[in-house]
Write a protein that binds this ligand. Structure first.
Ligand code: AMP
Ligand code: MN
Ligand code: MN
Ligand code: MN
Length: 279
């Protein structure tokens, strides 16, 4: 089995269509694949059909943006029913504030001498409610303001940087409830990326479990090799199921390709043990 349960299509901030992603996953040896676009379910129908055509098992997913104690946390939902009205309404409300935030980020970038970014970012999305920092970063790289997207985040768009605009995303308990309402398993995405003390991470996990969350990403494109062990231990300690996902966004931008990550470390229970069709 080669399980990859986290990636993005053109439905959110990836550059490949759901069909192109399914083909790339299959070509990369992935046997069980989830599409997890940010705050949107629009790519899942196409993804499921493409996965079927490629002969790989599909898991419908989503990555919900959450604000917890003032910080952005991402919660992945796996094995969801894409048409579930509670989840559909929840993610629609979550992405509803993106346009206003984008306008504020563009004003700041303008003041920093980088004009045109709102139009440049919006030109990349079908649904303006899905405009993200990724689209701004792509535009700024295309305009020659930075060499790579990481540089854009380091200089202007990363948390606390001059053009960063904080956003109140979904409530943690709500996000987990929406995923559960849709029959899915909720997973804390890339925990190594958050700036949380040990105590705060424990508190996050306690609240997440209380809400009905069941999993945590252990092997992700965002983690170092050391962090695989760190978060495997945390998963064991808190009896969370372990997930694996590349968080692939684009062939040009992503360091880790679909299916290319190492396997889960021994001693953890894989999240796919509870996902239909995956065990
Ligand atoms: P947003 O949801 O608009 O706040 O944008 C967050 C997205 O920005 C994430 O989903 C990533 O795809 C992207 N991102 C965050 N940090 C970086 C980084 N350092 N380099 C490249 N992309 C990043
Ligand atoms: Mn993204
Ligand atoms: Mn994320
Ligand atoms: Mn992601």
């Amino acid at each position: 089995m080669n399980v990859d349960l986290h990636c993005h299509s053109t439905a959110s901030d990836g550059t490949l269509s759901p069909t192109a992603l399914a083909r790339r996953a299959a070509a990369g040896g992935v046997t069980h694949w989830a599409l997890t676009d940010h705050d949107v379910l629009a790519g899942l129908v196409e993804a499921r059909a493409a996965a079927l055509a490629c002969g790989i098992t599909f898991v419908a997913g989503v990555e919900v943006s959450v604000t917890w104690r003032g910080q952005t946390i991402h919660i992945v939902g796996l094995g969801i029913e894409p048409g579930n009205p509670v989840l559909v309404a929840g993610v629609a409300a979550t992405r509803g504030s993106r346009q206003a935030r984008a306008a504020r980020m563009a004003e700041r970038l303008d003041a920093l001498g980088m004009p045109g970014s709102l139009a440049g970012a919006l030109a990349q999305v079908d649904d303006p409610d899905l405009v993200s920092r990724t689209h701004f970063a792509r535009y700024l790289v295309a305009q020659g303001h930075a060499r790579v997207m990481g540089e854009v985040f380091d200089r202007w768009l990363g948390d606390g940087k001059p053009a960063y605009v904080a956003q109140e995303w979904a409530d943690l308990d709500d996000a987990v409830a929406w995923i559960r309402a849709a029959g899915g398993a909720a997973v804390i995405a890339h925990p190594g990326r958050y700036r949380l003390s040990h105590g705060a991470m424990d508190a996050l996990i306690m609240q997440f479990r209380e809400a009905g969350g069941v999993g945590i990403e252990v092997v992700t494109g965002s983690h170092s090799i050391d962090e695989y062990a760190t978060y495997a231990a945390l998963a064991r300690q808190h009896h969370l199921l372990a997930s694996r996902g590349s968080d692939f966004h684009s062939p040009e931008e992503s360091r880790i390709d679909l299916g290319a990550l190492p396997p889960l470390p021994p001693g953890v229970v894989p999240i796919w043990s509870v996902l239909a069709g995956c065990h």
